[in-house]
Design a protein around this ligand. Sequence first.
Ligand code: A1AUG
Length: 552
Amino acid sequence: MSRLLSRRHLASAAAVSRSAPLACVSRWLHTPSFATVSPQEISGSNPAEVHNFVQGSWTASANWNWIVDPLNGEKFIKIAEVQGTEIKPFVESLSKCPKHGLHNPLKAPERYLMYGDISAKAAHMLGQPAISDFFAKLIQRVSPKSYQQALAEVQVSQKFLENFCGDQVRFLARSFAVPGNHLGQRSNGYRWPYGPVAIITPFNFPLEIPLLQVMGALYMGNKPVLKVDSKVSIVMEQMLRLLHECGLPAEDMDFINSDGVTMNKLLLEANPKMTLFTGSSRVAEKLAADLKGRIKLEDAGFDWKILGPDVQEVDYIAWVCDQDAYACSGQKCSAQSVLFMHKNWSSSGLLDKMKKLSERRKLEDLTIGPVLTVTTEAMTEHMNSLLKIPGSKVLFGGEPLENHSIPKIYGALKPTAVFVPLEEILKSGNFELVTKEIFGPFQVVTEYSEDQLELVLEACERMNAHLTAAVVSNDPLFLQDVLGRSVNGTTYAGIRARTTGAPQNHWFGPAGDPRGAGIGTPEAIKLVWSCHREIIYDIGPVPKNWALPSAT
Ligand SMILES: N[C@@H](CCC=O)C(=O)O
């Protein structure tokens, strides 16, 4: 059935056509059946509304919080933000789910199949060009990035859903059995849900991160409450409507909009058995303490790239560097934050090529655009602090974007690279400054000579977030050396290595931290959303010649 021409929409289009211009009819004909907004139509004079979903229904709240259009500062989306006094239904809803979950290998196993079916339907819908276009454009409105980057996010989400069709959800909960010591004894290892869980996700991937995590949680039998950064929660609100249309039971998950303080209160009162947090290290550490460690994290990434001694494919590598550092205006947790360049690259023209590529980026197509969590002043101030380090210099960028109406609360900076000498980076007064993650179009570049690889590795060792990394070389001994002495969770190795753009088939997540979460793959889902339970069956018979042993 075409979701675009549902009877409901044809009827509403016909009704509208009696009183409104043709453009309006065409808008409705092109709005997917589940949708309550049209990405292109949202504006100050036609604001969109985002609701909450709890205990099976959509709800408003006493308070509307306005989100401004990142491109012109107009108030364009109203969020029904739940206040501290309004969390009771959410607390009650989570409490309804027992610790053993909505399903598990010994309870309601048919729900694994149901989730296979829901994923198949959702994958099919999201694969319709009009629907992927709808989500790509909606993402662009709230988390400005180029159409291609926004569409890539939708495609990753669509492929992920395809991966968990049919029997693939039940295969996630595959158990094992080990023979016991005597007749009737065997141990079975099960993947067990946590039951009530919470998911908190950031602004930079409005669809990919919350969708993949929420589906993983549901697949394994948990009941999640999901909170997405209000700046972009409209995208997941619309996705939830799509999921309901694909058969997601209304009671299986809740969706809340609130500020951080209210969410913290909800977490403390509802006491979810596991919380997945994706976002800044500061909030991650606070939550880890508040929730007494019942948390998994995908936090900051000061992600590094090392160019090895073998210089080749300079044009290609310059392009990958440009994408890694500046696509989505550098607002990916995987973005290249520092580039360690072997001296052999100095005369290759790589930096010039990177500069030229960075200059192709423009606000009109959002290949560079607003920075949602760092202001222009803060980025400039950081750059100026770096420039006080002896030997440092601006390689390119360093200036605010021009001719725009991006509101002052957001940042607007040209793609920027600052060179800092390696010996200076390692000095204790400088190290923290240089490795401070700037969630914007900003990278540090440095150079090392043959005998300075130790210093490069020392710098990587001293960093405290280990998310993505790239070792750009086809020298197997160089690769082995660097890979064997580093820890980043998602590391690309080889001449085509990158730091960003992990699709659903690459585990994505930090390493080196027992709280580290993953996203995307079956291993990530099992690790984050289930725990191990072992049931040891010991049904006998008791041997006929059994006699009471002496006390031990
Ligand atoms: N796929 C994205 C990351 C998604 C985050 O969890 C990237 O590779 O930058």
